[in-house]
Design a protein around this ligand. Structure first.
Ligand code: AMP
Length: 395
């Protein structure tokens, strides 16, 4: 696996695919610069070697050229985060770009306009990728968030950099973390799968069931399992067509000697609202008109015990409707348990969509070993899929 350390960028132009798909407010100000911060180590390495950087990214989902999706809005923020005044050019291919790239000096950074202003980017157009490839001597992919897409700048472009392509430090860290959990893990390994639906997590379960010792299930998908086992779940979220699948998972786990832990109690509510009436009951005995929106205290205790004994922990998905304060306790207690296990030497990886939001909201980011920057890319990695953006560098 080629990384930044295999290259000296002195007098070289590094063409870096970053993920600057950051949230903007109505005044086009960056409201969360995590993704820019995440790309910083790679950019700094190139500059410190005596090279220059050409940064390319997408922003949002523009239909053609739309000013509100211009990366020009974030150029000042990038300058501030990196500590170098960034140049910006209002296209990503063409003569105007060629001129600026030509005059780019060591120590300088150029940010290209939104790649998705050209439909060829998402189409994975090879001619477009070749045009982009002219802007660098070395291609670095540091955009984990789009590594599962076979787009021009994330995968197709790599073929024009035979021997001159590598992973940026962020992407390398993502790959190492996943590897540490799935392939090179210290046992016991525990995966916590929460979130809304069984259907969106089934690919992960199938891939990890033989690799982990414990699977903790929480969130909305709990109730498909409980109903399949004959429990009463009231009006809780359920996927009736996935009940057989839930039973199959339980059977497979038994065969593979993987322990599945289901919530034994639930905080239930008489409406999907923070102001609803609540009570805590056995997960199998939820009355009609009530729905389970969080795990109960006994469950939290059980889960904490499993986590305390784990040496490797993967967390994907909240245990309840954490966006509402009254149903956030289970997710917070789980985060505390993972933080404690991490402090005691376990490796913990948090990744995929809403668990990252929960970790940030409750301040666990610094207390776990690694928080992934990629939602879909993380899910696909955990499902055991090969990501086009990663494969293109390895080829
Ligand atoms: P996911 O994107 O699959 O990780 O799902 C995350 C979403 O699942 C969050 O928005 C949670 O509010 C939601 N969720 C968690 N637990 C429940 C539950 N018991 N009932 C309904 N939604 C839930």
């Amino acid at each position: 696996m080629k990384t930044l350390n295999d290259f000296n960028f002195e007098n070289k132009k590094a063409l870096i695919r970053v993920d600057f798909n950051v949230p903007l407010n109505d005044e086009f100000q960056v409201t969360d610069d995590t993704r820019i911060q995440a790309a910083k180590p790679t950019i700094i390495k190139v500059l410190e070697d005596g090279g220059s950087c050409v940064l390319m990214s997408h922003l949002g989902r523009p239909k053609g050229v739309e000013d509100k999706f211009s990366l020009g809005h974030i150029a000042d923020k990038v300058s501030e985060v990196i500590g170098v005044q960034v140049k910006f050019v209002n296209d990503c291919i063409g003569e105007s770009v060629a001129q600026v790239v030509e005059s780019l000096q060591p120590g300088e950074i150029l940010l290209l306009e939104n790649l998705r202003f050209h439909g060829e980017e998402k189409a994975g157009d090879i001619a477009f990728a070749e045009k982009l490839s002219q802007w660098g001597d070395v291609y670095i992919n540091d955009a984990f968030g789009t590594a599962h897409r076979a787009h021009a700048s994330t995968a197709v472009i790599a073929q024009f950099f035979e021997g001159n392509k590598c992973f940026g430090s962020l992407l390398a860290k993502e790959i190492e973390s996943i590897d540490k959990v799935l392939n090179d893990s210290e046992k016991p390994v525990t995966a916590i799968l929460g979130g809304a639906k069984v259907s969106s997590k089934i690919g992960i379960v199938e891939n990890i069931i033989e690799k982990v010792d414990h699977i903790i299930i929480g969130g909305g998908m709990t109730f498909t399992f409980v109903k399949a086992l004959g429990g009463s779940i009231g009006n809780s979220l359920v996927e009736d067509d996935k009940m057989q699948l839930a039973l199959d998972i339980l059977k497979l786990a038994e065969e593979k000697n993987t322990k599945i832990h289901l919530p034994v109690d639930a905080v239930i509510a008489d409406a999907f609202s923070n102001d609803a009436n609540t009570q805590t009951v056995d997960t199998k005995e939820i009355p009609d008109g009530w729905m389970g929106l969080d795990v109960g205290p006994k469950t939290s205790e059980n889960f904490a015990q499993v986590i305390a004994e784990s040496k490797t922990i993967l967390w994907n998905g909240p245990l309840g409707v954490f966006e509402m304060e009254n149903f956030s306790k289970g997710t917070i207690e789980l985060g505390n348990a993972i933080a404690e296990a991490t402090a005691n030497g376990a490796f913990s990886l948090v990744g995929g969509g809403d668990s990252v939001a929960a970790v940030k909201q409750f301040g666990f980011g610094e207390k776990v070993s690694y928080v992934s920057t990629g939602g879909g890319a993380m899910l696909e990695s955990l499902e055991g899929k090969t990501l086009p953006g990663i494969e293109a560098i390895l080829k």
